[in-house]
Design a protein around this ligand. Sequence first.
Ligand code: FES
Length: 110
Amino acid sequence: MPEWIPVAEAADCPPGTSIERLAGDRMVAIANVDGTLHAIDGLCPHQGGPLGTGSLCGAVLTCPWHGWPFDVTTGRHQVSATVRQPVFGVRLRDGVIEVNLRGTAPEAST
Ligand code: FES
């Protein structure tokens, strides 16, 4: 599997939105916070909800199923300090959003 996996066009995730994409065998939630992309594990640790289809308010992405909120910049749950989603590297190359499942490279600007 390549280190950087193309998952979406930049236009698919404009500022203030999030999307759900498959990167290899991992579901990834990609969020655009004021023009900066972030990527976290897309399966909610509560019951497997699709985080990428949740609502994004600032840097907080809220799961659409039962409302667990996560900071997409750190992966941290906003209520429980013991819950944290894996954070992935994300970058923009020639208008394509790429995710690195092994890295936590700095976020990319759109
Ligand atoms: S599955 Fe995400 S809050 Fe329940």
